[in-house]
Ligand binder design. Sequence first.
Ligand SMILES: [Zn+2]
Length: 386
Amino acid sequence: MFDLTEKLFYKDAYIKEFDAVVIDCQPKGDNFLIELDKTCFYPEGGGQNADIGMIDEAIISDVHEKDGIILHTADRPLEVGSSVHGKIDWLHRFSLMQHHTGEHIVSGIVNKLFGLDNVGFHMGSAMVTVDFNGELKPEDIENVELLANRAVFENIEVTADYPDAETLKAMNYRSKKELSGEVRIVTVPGSDRCACCGTHVAKTGEIGLIKLLSPQRYKGGVRIGMLCGERALADYRRKDGDTAAISHLLSAKQHEVTAAVKRVMDEAEALKQQLSLANGRLFDYIIAGLDKSDKAVCVFVDGVTPNDLRKFGTLAAAARDGFTAVFCGDDQSGYRYAVSVKDGDARAFSKAMHAALGGKGGGNNQMVQGSVTAARAEIERYFSAA
Ligand SMILES: [Zn+2]
């Protein structure tokens, strides 16, 4: 029977390095699972990710706990019985502690104000998300964010205790379950009290800014993104940089970029409509110049959209009796086309054309749209022969 691993992170969440003895080392795939007599590496659990770091020269990429034994996933073996020195990636851990404690405060406030429970907590590389089992209005989320940051500004001491069974029974806290043995109660006075096995900052001021982001409906409730500390700062910097760049590009004040973008989009839409009108006039002009008696003619136009090709087809079918094929593209990447006819079978026509010019497409008797791989000279030869 092995002794349980001594968990240094419960003695003090700020222990970054430690000396220990290797109890066991077992290969697992390309890695090794290392057991020590004690560790400050936090194993994945309770919504908190595992620590990463080094034990002597071994890189520790994952940590998990099984029956009270903590196993470190290492890239190389360590000699059983030897003394080793462990060091966790403190920036990684401290960020987890900030987000974890921030999540307590936010969840506690949401629970107190709206009676909703945190039903999911996920720490991804890009974003931390918290799921609540009910809807929150945008103004409610803003209010929660403000209150959470006020709890940070007050720099409140965060405590972790193991109350006796009787005290626990009478206590009101989140994540209340029928648990046997010791229950660790983490308290942020004024904001939250919750049963939790994770690591937390000692005082709320260490969390830094708490920013709630991009709420979305999720399983009948709401999923809210959350960033704390340096990650919130990095997000602010990126967005501030984006806003400054947009502001510069549009020569608009930063607080007016939304209106400026809207203006540019409106202008683009107006230009699109003007272009469409101009293309319509150009198409009328081209079509008026086509020989009305030809059974099949081809026309090449530049820089138009598939919608324009369809428009050309409609105009041509109304103006002349034979098949009219309009092409747009170049010899390197091929040509998009529309074939139209007033009374006839555009599908049969295009089928024959596909066979001769290497093409594909679809449509109805009046119009077919598609593409061909043949060069312009081949297309023109095909139509002069037809
Ligand atoms: Zn916690």
